[in-house]
Design a protein around this ligand. Structure first.
Ligand code: NAP
Length: 268
Protein backbone atom coordinates (compact mmCIF):
# COMPACT_ATOMS: atom_id res chain seq x y z
CA UNK A 1 0.00 0.00 0.00
CA UNK A 2 1.33 3.50 -0.87
CA UNK A 3 2.71 5.53 2.02
CA UNK A 4 0.66 8.55 3.17
CA UNK A 5 3.26 11.28 3.40
CA UNK A 6 3.22 14.32 5.64
CA UNK A 7 5.99 16.54 7.02
CA UNK A 8 6.91 19.72 8.85
CA UNK A 9 9.42 22.09 7.25
CA UNK A 10 11.38 24.73 9.15
CA UNK A 11 14.78 25.87 10.42
CA UNK A 12 15.61 24.80 13.10
CA UNK A 13 13.46 21.68 13.02
CA UNK A 14 15.07 19.11 15.29
CA UNK A 15 13.05 20.22 18.38
CA UNK A 16 9.67 19.69 16.69
CA UNK A 17 7.28 17.23 18.34
CA UNK A 18 4.84 17.33 15.40
CA UNK A 19 5.83 13.83 14.14
CA UNK A 20 4.96 12.23 17.52
CA UNK A 21 1.61 14.03 17.58
CA UNK A 22 0.57 13.21 14.01
CA UNK A 23 1.71 9.59 14.32
CA UNK A 24 -0.37 9.30 17.51
CA UNK A 25 -3.41 10.74 15.68
CA UNK A 26 -2.86 8.40 12.71
CA UNK A 27 -2.71 5.30 14.85
CA UNK A 28 -5.80 6.41 16.77
CA UNK A 29 -7.64 6.82 13.43
CA UNK A 30 -6.28 3.49 12.07
CA UNK A 31 -4.42 5.14 9.18
CA UNK A 32 -1.79 2.62 8.17
CA UNK A 33 1.33 3.47 6.13
CA UNK A 34 1.24 6.98 7.59
CA UNK A 35 4.55 8.81 7.75
CA UNK A 36 5.35 12.29 9.07
CA UNK A 37 8.92 13.55 8.86
CA UNK A 38 10.93 16.69 9.59
CA UNK A 39 12.47 18.67 6.71
CA UNK A 40 15.23 21.20 7.34
CA UNK A 41 15.14 23.97 4.75
CA UNK A 42 16.69 27.34 3.90
CA UNK A 43 14.99 30.46 2.52
CA UNK A 44 16.89 29.95 -0.77
CA UNK A 45 15.67 26.36 -1.24
CA UNK A 46 12.21 26.58 0.36
CA UNK A 47 10.31 26.81 -2.92
CA UNK A 48 12.08 23.75 -4.37
CA UNK A 49 11.83 21.81 -1.10
CA UNK A 50 8.05 22.36 -0.96
CA UNK A 51 7.57 21.59 -4.63
CA UNK A 52 9.73 18.41 -4.43
CA UNK A 53 7.80 17.26 -1.37
CA UNK A 54 4.48 17.48 -3.20
CA UNK A 55 5.77 16.15 -6.52
CA UNK A 56 7.12 13.09 -4.66
CA UNK A 57 3.62 12.26 -3.38
CA UNK A 58 3.51 14.42 -0.22
CA UNK A 59 -0.07 14.97 0.94
CA UNK A 60 0.29 17.68 3.56
CA UNK A 61 2.95 19.96 4.95
CA UNK A 62 3.22 21.96 8.15
CA UNK A 63 5.29 25.14 7.99
CA UNK A 64 7.20 26.36 11.01
CA UNK A 65 9.67 29.08 11.96
CA UNK A 66 10.84 31.08 9.99
CA UNK A 67 8.90 30.25 6.80
CA UNK A 68 5.24 31.09 7.52
CA UNK A 69 5.27 34.27 5.42
CA UNK A 70 7.46 32.86 2.63
CA UNK A 71 5.28 29.75 2.35
CA UNK A 72 2.20 31.99 2.14
CA UNK A 73 3.63 33.68 -0.93
CA UNK A 74 4.17 30.26 -2.57
CA UNK A 75 0.51 29.19 -2.25
CA UNK A 76 -1.86 29.23 -5.22
CA UNK A 77 -4.98 29.51 -3.05
CA UNK A 78 -5.91 30.16 0.57
CA UNK A 79 -8.69 29.30 2.92
CA UNK A 80 -9.98 32.08 5.14
CA UNK A 81 -7.77 31.17 8.15
CA UNK A 82 -4.67 31.97 6.07
CA UNK A 83 -6.19 34.89 4.19
CA UNK A 84 -7.25 36.58 7.42
CA UNK A 85 -3.67 36.58 8.78
CA UNK A 86 -1.36 36.61 5.75
CA UNK A 87 0.69 33.62 6.89
CA UNK A 88 0.39 29.86 6.68
CA UNK A 89 1.33 26.83 8.77
CA UNK A 90 -0.52 24.11 6.83
CA UNK A 91 -0.40 23.28 3.11
CA UNK A 92 -2.24 20.73 1.07
CA UNK A 93 -2.54 19.96 -2.63
CA UNK A 94 -5.99 20.33 -4.15
CA UNK A 95 -6.50 19.75 -7.87
CA UNK A 96 -2.78 20.30 -8.47
CA UNK A 97 -2.65 23.60 -6.57
CA UNK A 98 -1.07 24.41 -3.20
CA UNK A 99 -3.72 25.59 -0.76
CA UNK A 100 -2.59 27.46 2.40
CA UNK A 101 -4.31 27.36 5.79
CA UNK A 102 -3.33 28.66 9.20
CA UNK A 103 -4.31 26.59 12.24
CA UNK A 104 -1.99 28.28 14.79
CA UNK A 105 -4.51 30.79 16.10
CA UNK A 106 -7.31 28.21 16.27
CA UNK A 107 -5.01 25.84 18.16
CA UNK A 108 -3.98 28.58 20.54
CA UNK A 109 -7.60 29.53 21.36
CA UNK A 110 -8.52 25.83 21.79
CA UNK A 111 -5.68 25.46 24.28
CA UNK A 112 -6.83 28.51 26.27
CA UNK A 113 -10.26 26.87 26.44
CA UNK A 114 -8.74 23.53 27.48
CA UNK A 115 -6.93 25.38 30.29
CA UNK A 116 -10.12 27.26 31.31
CA UNK A 117 -8.53 30.62 30.49
CA UNK A 118 -11.19 33.10 29.47
CA UNK A 119 -10.10 36.25 27.64
CA UNK A 120 -13.30 38.24 27.24
CA UNK A 121 -12.64 41.91 28.18
CA UNK A 122 -8.91 41.18 28.43
CA UNK A 123 -6.01 43.47 27.85
CA UNK A 124 -3.61 41.29 25.82
CA UNK A 125 0.06 41.76 24.96
CA UNK A 126 1.44 39.80 22.00
CA UNK A 127 5.25 39.76 21.98
CA UNK A 128 6.48 39.28 18.41
CA UNK A 129 4.98 40.09 15.03
CA UNK A 130 5.80 37.01 12.96
CA UNK A 131 3.65 34.32 11.36
CA UNK A 132 2.23 32.88 14.58
CA UNK A 133 1.56 36.35 16.06
CA UNK A 134 -0.49 37.20 12.94
CA UNK A 135 -2.54 34.02 13.27
CA UNK A 136 -3.14 34.50 17.01
CA UNK A 137 -4.21 38.15 16.53
CA UNK A 138 -6.59 37.07 13.77
CA UNK A 139 -8.17 34.38 15.97
CA UNK A 140 -8.61 36.79 18.89
CA UNK A 141 -10.22 39.36 16.61
CA UNK A 142 -12.55 36.75 15.12
CA UNK A 143 -13.43 35.13 18.45
CA UNK A 144 -16.43 37.36 19.09
CA UNK A 145 -14.92 38.28 22.50
CA UNK A 146 -14.01 41.82 23.49
CA UNK A 147 -10.21 42.16 23.52
CA UNK A 148 -7.64 44.93 23.46
CA UNK A 149 -4.41 43.79 21.77
CA UNK A 150 -1.00 45.46 22.00
CA UNK A 151 2.17 44.40 20.17
CA UNK A 152 5.75 44.48 21.41
CA UNK A 153 8.32 43.45 18.81
CA UNK A 154 12.11 43.69 18.38
CA UNK A 155 11.68 45.38 14.99
CA UNK A 156 9.16 48.22 15.19
CA UNK A 157 8.58 48.20 11.42
CA UNK A 158 7.34 44.58 11.53
CA UNK A 159 4.96 45.46 14.38
CA UNK A 160 3.63 48.33 12.24
CA UNK A 161 3.14 45.94 9.30
CA UNK A 162 1.06 43.65 11.56
CA UNK A 163 -1.00 46.58 12.81
CA UNK A 164 -1.57 47.82 9.25
CA UNK A 165 -2.65 44.33 8.16
CA UNK A 166 -5.48 44.42 10.73
CA UNK A 167 -5.98 48.13 9.98
CA UNK A 168 -9.58 48.58 11.01
CA UNK A 169 -9.33 46.38 14.10
CA UNK A 170 -7.38 48.66 16.48
CA UNK A 171 -4.26 46.71 17.46
CA UNK A 172 -1.78 49.06 19.13
CA UNK A 173 1.92 49.28 19.88
CA UNK A 174 2.75 48.35 23.50
CA UNK A 175 2.60 51.29 25.90
CA UNK A 176 4.36 50.96 29.25
CA UNK A 177 1.28 52.37 31.05
CA UNK A 178 -0.81 49.35 30.02
CA UNK A 179 -1.79 46.69 32.55
CA UNK A 180 -2.03 43.28 30.90
CA UNK A 181 -4.26 40.31 31.77
CA UNK A 182 -2.68 37.93 29.25
CA UNK A 183 0.80 37.98 27.66
CA UNK A 184 1.76 35.69 24.78
CA UNK A 185 5.37 35.29 23.76
CA UNK A 186 5.39 34.40 20.05
CA UNK A 187 9.14 34.99 19.62
CA UNK A 188 11.73 32.19 19.66
CA UNK A 189 13.70 33.74 22.57
CA UNK A 190 13.30 30.56 24.61
CA UNK A 191 14.79 28.61 21.71
CA UNK A 192 17.89 30.77 21.42
CA UNK A 193 18.91 30.71 25.12
CA UNK A 194 19.54 34.45 24.86
CA UNK A 195 19.24 36.54 28.00
CA UNK A 196 15.65 37.83 28.14
CA UNK A 197 15.60 41.62 27.99
CA UNK A 198 11.87 42.34 27.96
CA UNK A 199 10.59 45.21 30.11
CA UNK A 200 9.70 43.81 33.55
CA UNK A 201 6.79 46.21 34.02
CA UNK A 202 4.70 44.26 31.49
CA UNK A 203 4.25 41.73 34.32
CA UNK A 204 3.12 44.21 36.99
CA UNK A 205 -0.54 43.07 36.85
CA UNK A 206 0.43 39.38 37.41
CA UNK A 207 -0.90 38.44 33.95
CA UNK A 208 -1.41 34.89 32.73
CA UNK A 209 1.61 34.26 30.50
CA UNK A 210 2.02 31.85 27.60
CA UNK A 211 5.18 30.94 25.68
CA UNK A 212 4.59 29.44 22.23
CA UNK A 213 7.85 27.55 22.52
CA UNK A 214 7.68 24.22 24.36
CA UNK A 215 10.23 21.92 25.91
CA UNK A 216 10.50 19.11 28.44
CA UNK A 217 11.75 21.60 31.03
CA UNK A 218 10.43 25.06 31.79
CA UNK A 219 11.18 27.41 28.90
CA UNK A 220 13.38 30.43 29.58
CA UNK A 221 10.38 32.74 29.11
CA UNK A 222 8.46 30.73 31.74
CA UNK A 223 11.43 30.91 34.11
CA UNK A 224 11.76 34.67 33.51
CA UNK A 225 8.03 35.27 34.10
CA UNK A 226 7.92 33.17 37.29
CA UNK A 227 11.07 34.84 38.63
CA UNK A 228 9.27 38.18 38.30
CA UNK A 229 6.28 37.07 40.34
CA UNK A 230 3.95 35.64 37.67
CA UNK A 231 1.82 32.78 39.03
CA UNK A 232 0.68 31.14 35.77
CA UNK A 233 2.88 30.72 32.71
CA UNK A 234 2.28 27.93 30.18
CA UNK A 235 4.41 26.61 27.36
CA UNK A 236 3.13 25.93 23.82
CA UNK A 237 2.75 22.14 23.89
CA UNK A 238 -1.04 22.34 24.27
CA UNK A 239 -1.24 24.75 21.34
CA UNK A 240 0.97 22.45 19.25
CA UNK A 241 -1.45 19.57 19.85
CA UNK A 242 -4.52 21.61 18.99
CA UNK A 243 -3.09 23.24 15.85
CA UNK A 244 -2.01 19.73 14.76
CA UNK A 245 -5.58 18.48 15.34
CA UNK A 246 -6.88 21.14 12.91
CA UNK A 247 -4.16 20.34 10.32
CA UNK A 248 -4.94 16.63 10.63
CA UNK A 249 -8.59 17.38 9.89
CA UNK A 250 -7.69 19.49 6.84
CA UNK A 251 -5.63 16.62 5.41
CA UNK A 252 -7.60 13.57 6.48
CA UNK A 253 -11.15 14.76 7.24
CA UNK A 254 -10.89 13.22 10.73
CA UNK A 255 -10.81 14.94 14.13
CA UNK A 256 -8.57 13.02 16.53
CA UNK A 257 -9.07 12.82 20.28
CA UNK A 258 -6.60 15.07 22.11
CA UNK A 259 -7.49 14.62 25.77
CA UNK A 260 -4.54 13.44 27.92
CA UNK A 261 -2.10 13.75 25.00
CA UNK A 262 -0.29 16.72 26.54
CA UNK A 263 0.54 14.76 29.71
CA UNK A 264 1.57 11.70 27.65
CA UNK A 265 3.98 13.79 25.55
CA UNK A 266 5.57 15.35 28.62
CA UNK A 267 6.84 11.96 29.79
CA UNK A 268 8.11 10.62 26.43
P1 NAP B 1 8.57 34.06 12.77
O1 NAP B 1 7.48 34.21 11.78
O2 NAP B 1 9.96 33.91 12.28
O3 NAP B 1 8.47 35.31 13.79
C1 NAP B 1 9.39 35.44 14.81
C2 NAP B 1 9.12 36.73 15.60
O4 NAP B 1 9.98 36.71 16.73
C3 NAP B 1 9.39 38.00 14.86
O5 NAP B 1 8.50 38.99 15.32
C4 NAP B 1 10.82 38.35 15.28
O6 NAP B 1 11.06 39.73 15.38
C5 NAP B 1 10.85 37.84 16.68
N1 NAP B 1 12.20 37.38 17.05
C6 NAP B 1 12.96 36.46 16.39
N2 NAP B 1 14.10 36.25 17.06
C7 NAP B 1 14.07 37.07 18.15
C8 NAP B 1 14.97 37.33 19.22
N3 NAP B 1 16.15 36.67 19.29
N4 NAP B 1 14.63 38.25 20.16
C9 NAP B 1 13.44 38.89 20.08
N5 NAP B 1 12.54 38.70 19.09
C10 NAP B 1 12.86 37.80 18.14
O7 NAP B 1 8.31 32.79 13.72
P2 NAP B 1 6.96 32.04 14.09
O8 NAP B 1 6.69 31.02 13.07
O9 NAP B 1 5.93 33.05 14.43
O10 NAP B 1 7.41 31.23 15.41
C11 NAP B 1 7.82 31.92 16.57
C12 NAP B 1 7.97 30.96 17.75
O11 NAP B 1 6.71 30.36 18.06
C13 NAP B 1 8.93 29.79 17.51
O12 NAP B 1 9.63 29.53 18.71
C14 NAP B 1 8.01 28.63 17.17
O13 NAP B 1 8.58 27.38 17.50
C15 NAP B 1 6.84 28.95 18.10
N6 NAP B 1 5.57 28.39 17.61
C16 NAP B 1 4.95 27.45 18.38
C17 NAP B 1 3.74 26.94 17.99
C18 NAP B 1 3.05 25.93 18.83
O14 NAP B 1 2.11 25.28 18.34
N7 NAP B 1 3.38 25.80 20.10
C19 NAP B 1 3.16 27.35 16.79
C20 NAP B 1 3.80 28.33 16.04
C21 NAP B 1 5.02 28.85 16.46
P3 NAP B 1 11.58 40.66 14.16
O15 NAP B 1 10.34 41.22 13.53
O16 NAP B 1 12.42 41.66 14.85
O17 NAP B 1 12.37 39.76 13.24
Amino acid sequence: MAEINFAVIGNPIEHSMSPEIHEYFASQCNLSNFSYKKILSEEATLKDDISNFFSNGGRGLNITIPFKFSAYSLCNRFDKTAMQCGSTNTLKIYKGEIVGYNTDGLGFIDDLEAKNISFNNSNILVIGAGGSAMSICSSFLNSGQKVKISILNRTRRNADILIDFFNDRKIEIHNHNNNYDLIINTTPISMTREQISLPEDILSNNPICYDLFYSKNKTSFQTWAHSHGVDQCYDGLGMLIHQAKHSFFIWNGLTPETSNLESKLRII
